[in-house]
Design a protein around this ligand. Sequence first.
Ligand code: KIV
Length: 273
Amino acid sequence: MSRYTEKGGVTVLQILKSKAEKKKISAITCYDSSFARLIDETDIDIVLVGDSLGNVMLGYDSTISVTMDHMVHHVAAVSRVLKKPFLCADMPFLSYHLSPEQALQNAGRLVQEGGAQSVKLEGGEDVAEAIRRITAAGIPVMAHLGLTPQSVHAMGGYRIQGRGTDAADKLIEEARIVEAAGAYAIVLEMVPASVAKKVTEAVGIPTIGIGAGPDCDGQILVLQDMLGFDDGFNPKFLKKYANLAKTIQDSVSAYDKEVKSGTFPTADQSFKD
Ligand code: KIV
């Protein structure tokens, strides 16, 4: 993959150093090459091909239906064009739960076939052995604590996690466990800001928050959410930096009207003899 040799893209070492240097880490999801090309021209540090592609790209109502083949397909599309940001790929549901060997084999596919530079998996103590096995093979692992969408049924919905002293203490303990297992960063999803701050202070690796307040070492948002692709999706943690739903619908409607009225194409868009 050209990304490893060209013009010094972001590395895992730089991400680790960011915490010590108190430089905030910016991360965003991406699932295809057209958006990857645009993101590559920004200063975003980490691109995650998240299993949220199940909801965003494939029309599923959760991430549980996402398979390894889906992930490899989308990671490869992104990695073909992305050069600067560090590229992380989600390990989908049941791709790392059966054994550490299964976890390593699937992490290997995301790196070898997909071109990812690291993988992310959800969970704490239960997945520590998988993290150890994958990192021992030279693949950096990002952990994911708090709301872990692959466990939505066990959690009783997409709910805030880590509320109350016991739950907060457990979250801090899990963060220490995944750090000790070798993770290079931890996504903290939908936990109270005060708890995310404690977790961030308790570990030496960066925390990347989504719905986890301002004190994490970095932030991640789902690309289509922050671009305003879905008028009906407005969770408290989301800031929309654009309203592309309206722009896209207005553009497609204008095209539709012009085709039907015969005002597109004109001579400008037509070839001469
Ligand atoms: O799948 C995903 O997009 C994620 C982010 C929300 C962190 O896991």
